[in-house]
Design a protein around this ligand. Structure first.
Ligand SMILES: Cc1cc2nc3c(=O)[nH]c(=O)nc-3n(C[C@H](O)[C@H](O)[C@H](O)COP(=O)(O)OP(=O)(O)OC[C@H]3O[C@@H](n4cnc5c(N)ncnc54)[C@H](O)[C@@H]3O)c2cc1C
Length: 462
């Protein structure tokens, strides 16, 4: 997160047999959200019902997608295998998400206004100094956020099915339905659930990093990081320190290619780290992260241990026919910061909007060209952000001297302002040319010093 601001001067500124077959149908009585329809379509009208779309996965991507579809007149089925799921996650969200997704403040545990960036030698820089009084980073518990978004989808008219998606049969001819096979946990048949199928016209795969929908359409693999997190309950006294403060630790000890974090929640802190290159060492890296924060979390009790993959880049295929992937299933987490909640919700909504528009509020069949509109819009809006963070990770997370240089740069108020503006609002902030130049010179200075330091350290270790 801390480095989005630097984009401006890097030159990337751009704009079974016992299966029961059922056909679910539910007349929608909701007020439809009216989307602007730009061109009349030649695709066939659906008759006697509205377009049916299955959203697999009830995280932020799935919840946002299902709400938008239902509001847009589409008959929507949202599948979630675990309705009380606690997705392993730091739960940091940008301010713009609160506004754009109309999130009530009572689902946000903490409003962080002080973010400490801590170097390998434990030099701490407070990078929240330029925040305006109303600005903050939201800290949520995922079990709370995800349930809220799913409930809102239900209110909009979506049918939430507590079920595990197993596989789907692809259409045998143009316009014929997808048949989704799932274990239904709504029924009282014990732990394994009841095997059922449902027919739909289109599918949104929002089932996270281990997406079965992605496998069903041979979407290809992506490189991934493994992230580990412990929720630690600390005393009220110690919690005061983290009231509105979060920490990010960088260094070879906590991660060779990512960062460690302490993020505050309602009555505990989430302490974690991640890595792509040293997955086998993840527990060692976690211990090191805990050690770095030891004074502040001393006496705490670990109340939950969690780990999950984080995608490193989009999958080779994100749309096929009438199936689209969104969120982690598509691979929309930014490098460097590991941020994915906002991008998941946003991609879910964007994909659903494309379906609503393409189907003229659920009245017509959609095809691949409708779903591709979502991809085009997504790539145009966010490709530069992903690219810049990719470059920054390579430059600043490669060695301890480079990380020291990175933290040194974070002390600059201009860097902080650009960083927070970019993070909080997800917009490329136009820089001040003179300040951009000064920043470029300072960055080069920091990197030269980091390089010299690295060479000296290499000599010492010979
Ligand atoms: C340790 C860690 C810390 C992180 N910290 C942050 C952070 O602070 N800020 C941030 O922005 N991002 C963070 N991320 C990334 C973020 O968690 C993801 O990008 C985000 O959760 C993606 O949302 P999603 O809806 O695409 O997928 P998920 O949140 O993974 O949701 C997928 C949903 O699908 C359900 N599901 C999966 N398979 C099936 C199936 N077969 N049938 C039915 N349901 C299914 C799952 O139960 C789950 O509810 C972190 C990730 C990790 C691992």
């Amino acid at each position: 997160m801390a480095s989005i601001a630097l984009k401006s001067f890097i030159g990337l500124r751009q704009t079974t047999s016992e299966n029961k077959s059922i056909v679910l149908s539910k007349p929608t009585t909701q007020t439809h959200r009216n989307f602007r329809i730009n061109a009349s379509k030649s695709s066939p009208r659906v008759t006697g019902r509205n377009l049916r779309v299955a959203v697999v996965g009830g995280g932020p991507a799935g919840g946002a997608a299902a709400e938008t579809l239902a509001k847009g007149g589409v008959e929507t089925f949202l599948f979630e295998r675990k309705l009380d799921n606690c997705k392993p996650c730091g739960g940091a969200i940008p301010l713009c998400m609160v506004g754009e997704f109309d999130l009530p403040l009572d689902i946000i545990d903490r409003r962080v206004t002080k973010m400490k960036m801590i170097s390998p030698s434990n030099v701490a820089v407070d990078i929240g100094r330029t925040l305006k009084p109303h600005e903050y980073i939201g800290m949520v518990r995922r079990e709370v956020l995800d349930a809220y978004l799913r409930d809102r989808a239900t209110t909009a008219g979506a049918t939430v099915i507590n079920g595990l998606f197993l596989k789907m049969d692809l259409p045998k001819s143009t316009g014929s339905p997808y048949v989704l096979h799932y274990s239904d946990y709504n029924t009282k048949t014990g732990g394994a659930g009841e095997k059922k199928t449902v027919e739909v016209d289109a599918v949104i795969g929002a089932d996270g990093a281990n997406s079965r929908v992605a496998k069903n359409i041979n979407a290809g693999e992506y490189e991934y990081a493994i992230a580990f997190q412990e929720r630690i309950k600390i005393s009220d006294d110690k919690m005061k320190y983290y009231e509105d403060l979060a920490e990010m630790y960088v260094g070879d000890d906590v991660s060779p290619d990512f960062y460690g974090w302490v993020f505050p929640k309602c009555d505990h802190v989430a302490v974690g780290t991640g890595t792509v290159t040293h997955k086998g060492d993840i527990k060692k890296l976690q211990i090191a992260t805990r050690l770095r924060a030891r004074d502040k979390i001393e006496g705490g009790t670990i109340i939950r241990v969690e780990a999950h993959p984080i995608p490193e880049h989009p999958r080779p295929r994100r749309v096929l026919d009438r199936v689209a992937l969104v969120g982690d299933a598509a691979g929309y987490v930014t490098k460097c910061s590991g941020e994915g909640i906002y991008f998941a919700a946003k991609s879910g909504r964007m994909c659903a909007e494309a379906i609503v528009e393409g189907s003229e509020n659920g009245k017509r069949m959609v095809d691949e060209s409708d779903l591709r509109k979502y991809l085009e819009k997504w790539d145009k809006t966010y490709w530069p952000t992903y690219k810049v963070l990719d470059v920054l990770q390579k430059v600043f997370y490669r060695s301890n001297p480079a990380r020291e240089a990175f933290v040194e740069m974070c002390a600059d108020e201009y860097v902080q302002k650009m960083t927070f503006d970019s993070y909080l609002y997800k917009k490329v902030v136009p820089g001040n040319p003179l300040d951009d130049l000064k920043l470029a010179v300072n960055t080069i200075g920091s990197l030269v010093r980091a390089n010299a330091l690295r060479k000296e350290m290499e000599k010492l270790s010979v």
